[in-house]
Design a protein around this ligand. Structure first.
Ligand code: MG
Length: 225
């Protein structure tokens, strides 16, 4: 038996439209009525996010002054995970078919592990009919009332709990799109495959030395056959 621990946003869900929509709204709410801005295209914006450019810096590049950048970043953090925006997210192309194929394999135990809060995960699982892939004892998420520190601190804790609770398997794999996924896996000697379908580019992922870097989940599972 092998176990596959899947990060949710990045390997499964595409959050780029949501983040871009929130970016547009925050710019609109922050700028002065006559202020000329350099509004980034979706691709320009997402390339910056994938290169780990901060919200403040993105505000600056978009033409906001320093004070405005602070407000812009604050507002962005307030809005980015509101449920009405979370509904914008879509499963990554091809992911449902891949999950269906994985679910048929009797030698594989599927787990989802996310920095989403419970209500945020539930909403997406229900909206896109993904509940069938992850029974409730195979879902690891952040409690709704938990005060998050940072992904890089919180995710290894979640991993620790999962490894304690889940039944023994011969081998465990993790698939994720961010540094927190790579660190969590490496801390526990779990093989980690990083995917480029999420919020980091190859240069950023390489810094954390995952075992593999592939384009998406569909490619990742070819490695763990
Ligand atoms: Mg992710």
């Amino acid at each position: 038996m092998q176990r596959l621990i899947l990060d949710f946003d990045g390997p499964i869900m595409d959050i780029s439209d949501r983040y871009y929509r929130v970016y547009q709204i925050c710019l609109e709410k922050t700028k002065l009525p006559e202020q000329k801005l350099n509004i980034l295209s979706k691709k320009e914006f997402w390339d910056l996010k994938r290169d780990r450019i901060s919200e403040q810096e993105i505000g600056k590049i978009s033409g906001l002054n320093n004070d405005q950048c602070q407000n812009f970043a604050k507002l962005r953090n307030q809005l980015a995970h509101q449920l009405n925006f979370l509904e914008i997210d879509q499963p990554i192309f091809g992911v449902i078919a891949t999950l269906e194929a994985l679910k048929k394999r009797s030698d594989l135990d599927l787990v989802v592990m996310t920095m989403r809060k419970e209500k945020e995960l539930k909403l997406a699982l229900k909206q896109h009919n993904l509940e069938r892939f992850f029974p409730s004892d195979r879902r690891y998420f952040i409690a709704d009332d938990y005060v998050k520190k940072s992904d890089i601190e919180d995710k290894p804790l979640l991993m620790k709990r999962a490894l304690k609770e889940l039944p023994f398997v011969e081998k465990t794999w993790m698939i994720g799109d961010k540094e927190a996924d790579i660190v969590s896996a490496k801390n526990h000697n779990i093989a980690i495959i990083a995917v480029l379908s999420g919020i980091r580019n190859r240069q950023q992922l390489e810094k954390y030395q995952p075992d593999f870097i592939v384009n998406n989940l569909t490619e990742a599972i070819k490695i763990i056959r």
